[in-house]
Design a protein around this ligand. Structure first.
Ligand SMILES: [Zn+2]
Length: 449
């Protein structure tokens, strides 16, 4: 596996120096190959794209996670794969076990209630791993035999989590990987990091911000030369805290279970370059039409060019992203995302003074909360009120200043401010993959009910 990953890493590195027309030609070739494969081997695509085999990508139907699950056995291109068997395999999975002796299976965590399962043969898996290696290479983590990289990942250790499986593949003579379960108590995470002394640190953005505070207060004593943040919005405040503590800018990495690495920052940190040689992204609005450059869409539709076992053609993700119009001095041919402002399910719907709906994106809450010396926080939306849970040192002024700042920000966003309750807590509960859910929004339907 490793030689193939290293070859793909070399290929990907090469493409960074291509012109944009070269990149777009590659995309079209790869797309044609993917569609041909899907039409030959997947009865789902053969039927759902009937009459559209030669149509442009944008005219093809979008596939949701629900549709993928409902039609799984006909979407997959190997008739030996059955969803029921895949679910059984995952339930009993340990280590780097292969399904049918060939496929690595990963799934989404199901925080939205629905789990999506994705299978990769060895060739597809090499692309998945190479996509993450690209993010680390752009972040100046050089992989060489002369100096073995020590990389610490504070993440999920669940065998179905993509990062766990990539960790198995990447742990090699070149990279010494320490995987730390993000669900562990903070003191234990700190102890593990102090003992390991990583060259590179990888974690959820909120976890890395928390670790920066621990370093600042002297309990954590590491000096990483590269820091990667993923999975959550990386706000300017978090970025500047991390930079002031360790003296380096963190690299924002955007990856999903469905696509593997999809975008990350280069050395200029102007935005996240999209991996358009691996994925064709479409930023779409509520009405499934493309949004203008610079505007945030309400969904991201992806076509994963290397997907073969579970072909993903126009697959819908609920992430809200915007394409940047700024050029990047690095000269890479890839378009750039301004930022990832979170998932649809993290969006809080409030009302304005006319009773119309106002969309509050996670960035607003991050912006307010990260301006205060809080260890942890969580916003919980309930009918008619927002509960703001905080873990912080006792400070008489804090609650009232926080309330004022929140009211001002919500007002500025055009919302009628609901009741805001600020509650001090000992701990914010973590999810099954060790993340803290920072925003617990009521579903769109229940806010309208
Ligand atoms: Zn760049």
């Amino acid at each position: 596996m490793l030689p193939l990953v290293l070859y793909r890493k070399w290929l990907l590195g090469h493409r960074s120096r291509w012109s944009r027309p070269m990149l777009l030609r590659l995309q079209q070739r790869e797309l044609a190959a993917l569609r041909q494969h899907a039409y030959q081997r997947s009865s789902f695509y053969r039927e759902s794209h009937a009459g559209l085999y030669d149509s442009p990508l944008a005219e093809l139907p979008v596939m949701t996670k629900q549709q993928l699950i409902n039609n799984f056995d006909t979407v997959v291109t190997d008739p030996a794969i059955r969803l029921r068997d895949v679910i059984d395999h995952v339930a009993g999975m340990t280590g780097d076990a292969l399904f049918l002796g060939r496929y690595r299976v990963v799934n989404t965590s199901g925080t939205t209630g629905l789990k999506g399962f994705f299978l990769y043969d060895p060739s597809e898996w090499a692309w998945v791993t190479a996509s993450y290696v690209r993010a680390f290479e752009w972040g100046r983590s050089r992989i060489s035999l002369v100096h073995k990289q020590r990389m610490a990942m504070v993440s999920s250790l669940a065998p179905w989590h993509q990062s766990t499986r990539v960790g198995f593949t990447a742990n090699s003579p070149f990279v010494d990987t320490l995987r730390i379960d993000a669900r562990q108590p903070l003191a234990l995470i700190i102890q593990n990091l102090n003992e390991f002394q990583p060259d590179s640190l990888v974690g959820y953005a909120d976890m890395v911000r928390l670790l920066a505070d621990e370093q600042d207060e002297g309990r954590l004593k590491i000096s990483p030369r590269a820091i990667y943040c993923s999975s959550e919005p990386l706000t300017p405040q978090a970025r500047s805290t991390i930079q002031s503590v360790w003296g380096i800018q963190p690299f924002n990495v955007y990856a999903t279970t469905e696509t593997a690495g999809i975008a990350s920052e280069c050395e200029f940190h102007r935005g996240l370059h999209l991996y358009e040689d691996l994925v064709i992204p479409e930023v779409l609005g509520e009405d499934y039409h493309p949004v203008a450059i610079g505007e945030y869409g309400s969904r991201l539709v992806v076509t994963v060019l290397f997907s073969r076992t579970v072909p993903l053609i126009r697959y819908e993700l609920s992430d809200s992203v915007a394409i940047s119009s700024d050029p990047c001095p690095c000269g890479r041919p890839f378009a750039m995302l301004k930022s990832v402002q979170g998932r649809q399910e993290d969006i809080v719907q409030l009302q304005d003074f006319h009773g119309d709906s106002v969309t509050i994106h996670p960035n607003l809450f991050h912006g307010v909360m990260e301006g205060f010396p809080l260890k942890q926080w969580q916003i919980v939306q309930e009918p008619g009120r927002l509960r703001v849970l905080i873990q912080a040192e006792a400070n008489g002024q804090l609650a009232s200043r926080l309330r004022t700042k929140m009211e001002t920000a919500l007002n500025a966003a055009g919302a009628r401010v609901p009741e805001i309750e600020i509650e001090r807590v000992q701990e914010i509960q973590k999810t099954g993959i060790g993340k803290r859910k920072l925003i617990v929004a009521m579903s769109y339907s229940s806010t309208r009910a």
